[in-house]
Ligand binder design. Structure first.
Ligand code: SF4
Ligand code: SF4
Length: 225
């Protein structure tokens, strides 16, 4: 019953896409199991900044990446406050997550929530591809027990015969297999190779970003229209 208000709150904060999902079968053990709904939202990266990524990331991209993550985390706090004011539980998942016990995974997969919430599909590069903005977005999630009408839109994989990211990845982390629902990430994407490659960029953001496979994707939109 609060979907419209939540959407208005998110849009007033500049998100470019948002939706609601049932994630009851995807909650990690250490997340309260009553939080079966997800509010998923995306914030568009600057097209001009994405253009600064060439055969390696740029310092401008790293700084922008961090700024957008911070913005998403602040929006998540507002969503939490709204939900808690209505008497429900809210559990924000940080835009950029890492945990020492799961080297290549976070607390909860933003992409799982985003796909189910109708924000896009998983590309060959293992990124969420929004049909309007491509992979040039960042994601955040708020888990909640607030009953939400979930989105029914589901996008098929639209990568087709494209292999731009496969060719461009310096780590050869992208196998070229198209993701289909039910596949594990390791079936089509080498997260370890991707992560190890980023260490080459220690002069930029302590080696925590790359973005080449995002910048070459034909779905990436540099402007709104
Ligand atoms: S982020 Fe860089 S290393 Fe990782 S998959 Fe994309 S292009 Fe390859
Ligand atoms: S670059 Fe091509 S293959 Fe890779 S995610 Fe984008 S559309 Fe899919």
């Amino acid at each position: 019953m609060y979907e419209k208000e939540l959407t208005a709150l998110l849009e007033s904060n500049g998100v470019c896409a948002c939706g609601f999902a049932d994630v009851s079968d995807s909650l990690p053990e250490d997340v309260p199991q009553n939080l079966v709904y997800a509010v998923s939202f995306a914030y568009k990266l600057s097209g001009a900044i994405i253009k600064t990524i060439a055969d390696r990331p740029s310092i401008m991209y790293f700084q922008h990446y961090r700024a957008v993550n911070s913005k998403l985390d602040l929006i998540a706090l507002e969503v939490c406050r709204f939900i808690e004011d209505k008497g429900c539980d809210a559990f924000p998942i940080a835009a950029s997550q890492s945990r020492p016990d799961k080297k290549y995974d976070g607390v909860f997969s933003h992409k799982t929530a985003a796909v189910r919430a109708g924000l896009g599909f998983i590309g060959k590069n293992a990124l969420l591809i929004n049909p309007e903005y491509g992979p040039g977005i960042r994601l955040a999630t708020v888990l909640t027990d607030m009953p939400l009408e979930i989105n029914r839109i589901k996008y098929e994989n639209l990568c087709g015969s494209c292999d731009a990211c496969v060719k461009a990845c310096p780590a050869k982390a992208i196998s070229g297999k198209a993701y289909t629902p039910g596949m594990e990430r390791e079936d089509f994407f080498d997260a370890k190779a991707c992560s190890e490659n980023m260490k080459k960029y220690n002069d930029i953001g302590r080696g925590a970003v790359c973005g080449i496979c995002m910048s070459v994707c034909p779905f990436t939109k540099y402007h709104k229209h």
